[in-house]
Design a binder for this molecule. Structure first.
Ligand code: SF4
Length: 163
């Protein structure tokens, strides 16, 4: 039986604002970004598909809520939504994150630098998401989002393994 999810997207943007606010105060809070990155995959791995994107994601919630009135509402070009672009973005983001964390912990575990790497990573993708949401539809970022794309790939692999 498919479990029904209640959408929390009306208010889940609060977590994103809290995350940014706390991280600015202390970069160590940036480590909380790991939750944001792993939750979509967690839902996919337990067979809930892209439930995180549809019902919980604070970033999706933020983009949908705050860009509605200023968005130019254009459609994202077809090429930008292609698998190739999404795969390149996913590989780029994973590489940037690994390299950043590697450098941050080069001389031993460093929570402050690691937190900063995650904060920078989350904020940079949010800024890109906001710019995209202004020029195109508010949640255009979701059409290329590496986390959403990665989650979709996991979901597909799980479904294929059950056939
Ligand atoms: S695609 Fe990305 S930003 Fe959009 S809802 Fe999913 S995880 Fe969040």
């Amino acid at each position: 039986m498919i479990k029904k999810h209640k959408s929390h997207q009306k208010w889940s943007w609060i977590f994103l604002v809290l995350f940014i606010g706390l991280s600015v105060i202390d970069f160590r809070f940036g480590l909380l970004g790991l939750i944001c990155m792993t939750l979509p995959m967690f839902h996919a791995l337990r067979g809930a598909g892209k439930a995180h994107c549809s019902f919980y994601c604070p970033r999706g919630s933020f983009l949908g809520r705050f860009l509605k009135s200023i968005s130019l509402q254009n459609n994202l070009p077809v090429w930008a939504k292609s698998k190739k672009v999404k795969n390149v973005l996913l590989i780029m983001m994973i590489t940037m994150l690994i390299v950043g964390l590697f450098h941050a912990n080069w001389h031993g575990l460093n929570m402050l630098k690691s937190g900063f790497v995650l904060f920078r990573f989350m904020t940079a993708s949010l800024v890109v998401g906001i710019i995209m949401g202004i020029f195109f539809k508010p949640r255009s970022w979701c059409q290329v989002c590496p986390m959403g794309h990665g989650t979709g790939l996991i979901d597909k692999a799980i479904k294929a393994s059950k056939k």
